[in-house]
Design a protein around this ligand. Structure first.
Ligand code: MRU
Length: 358
């Protein structure tokens, strides 16, 4: 087994005790500048999520959980009812930061339930402490889920010379080694010849800026391509699998992920190449029967007309900028979770695997 080098600095870290603060790696500056930002107010956390300083579904969930703690710290000396009001306000506020990644709402819901389960005698400080512990648990569990996803998924890539991935699903997008990238990292340990084709991922270039940065640091063979090259890379048989992460998976397996994922799923099917999704159970939203009701975030026009500050379209040119799309379950060969591999991708199989003990 090959020893790989270590990955990037943590995307999300809590500094100090219950009165501490949230430290985020500012991903908008990568790879050129490695800088952290310290969030001591919930407004800073909200802005960091909205602006993609912290991004990737699991990392958004962890950041939001700690954001709740930051948002409630100032209410710790007050009455329990004032604290409860502050908590509700903070949860609602953070829920408005981004709409698609369900891990955000999942994490906020966990904190709401943790506070709701406190005894009536609990003080505001007790509840704050409980929220902090729950946020820490979410972070620790995410790390474990990443490791388990890597273990389950690696055998699926064992015979591959090349694999294609989209967006960034690694240590920058989670508290651990990632989802799809954890699978790639685990597979590369046994198969050092594995070459990763990383889509640049227009318009915000998570693939070009982040995935290549992570993989190069780890000593994994990575080759950057423009999104439009994926079809040709498949046609040339340079890849034997496609693997992506997810922002929200409906009960039937329809999967929302970074814009471009739907197209890749169609291309993979057309070329007879397996298309894998890797995601923790926190990314499933089984309240939605299928992908048609997954809310798709639309982002500002400037992200496509003026990427990274340079005007590349005529002033005032109309745009459509959905940040995500939905790959239908029928195009997905398997979904790799921390509880096992879901194949075929159907509601009953999803229920069966997700109800298995970890
Ligand atoms: O807009 P982003 O950068 O937050 O989008 C991220 C993705 O689409 C990832 O593929 C997804 O969150 C999975 S991360 C493990």
């Amino acid at each position: 087994m090959m020893a790989l080098r270590s990955g990037p600095p943590p995307a999300v870290a809590w500094i100090g005790g219950v009165d501490g603060y949230l430290r985020l790696l500012d991903q908008t500056l990568l790879p050129g500048t490695v800088e952290t930002i310290d969030c001591r107010t919930v407004e800073q956390v909200w802005e960091a999520i909205r602006a993609l300083r912290v991004r990737g579904a699991p990392a958004i969930g962890v950041a939001a959980a700690y954001g709740v703690v930051v948002g409630c710290q100032s209410a710790r000396a007050g009455s329990p009812s004032a604290f409860a009001a502050r908590l509700e306000q903070t949860l609602d506020y953070l829920a408005s930061s981004r709409p698609t990644a369900v891990n955000l709402f999942w994490a906020l819901d966990r904190l709401r339930r943790a506070a709701g389960a406190m005894p009536a005698s609990a003080t505001a400080a007790d509840v704050l402490e409980r929220l902090w512990r729950e946020a820490q648990a979410i972070e620790a569990e995410d790390r474990q889920m990443c490791a388990a996803i890597g273990r389950w998924g690696a055998p699926l890539l064992s015979g591959c010379g090349g694999v294609l991935t989209h967006c960034n699903t690694g240590g920058l997008a989670t508290a651990g080694e990632g989802t799809a990238l954890a699978v790639i990292i685990a597979a590369a340990r046994n198969n050092p010849r594995l070459r990763v084709y990383a889509d640049e991922t227009r318009p915000l270039l998570q693939g070009a800026r982040l995935t290549t940065w992570e993989l190069l640091q780890r000593g994994i063979d990575v080759c950057l391509i423009c999104d439009a090259m994926a079809a040709w890379v498949m046609q040339q048989r340079r890849v034997q699998a496609v693997i992506v992460g997810a922002d929200r998976i409906a009960a039937n397996g329809d999967t929302a992920n970074k814009i471009g994922t739907y197209g890749l799923s169609v291309l993979a099917r057309a070329h007879g190449i397996p298309f894998y999704v890797a995601a923790p159970s926190s990314t499933f939203d089984r309240a939605l029967p299928d992908g048609s009701r997954i809310p798709i975030e639309e982002r500002p026009a400037a992200e496509i007309t003026q990427p990274f500050g340079r005007m590349i379209a005529p002033e005032g040119c109309p745009t459509y900028n959905p940040a995500f799309d939905v790959a239908p379950a029928a195009n997905i060969t398997a979904i790799i979770t921390e509880r096992g591999v879901i194949q075929p991708v159907q509601a009953e199989q999803i229920d069966r695997v997700l109800s298995a003990a970890v």
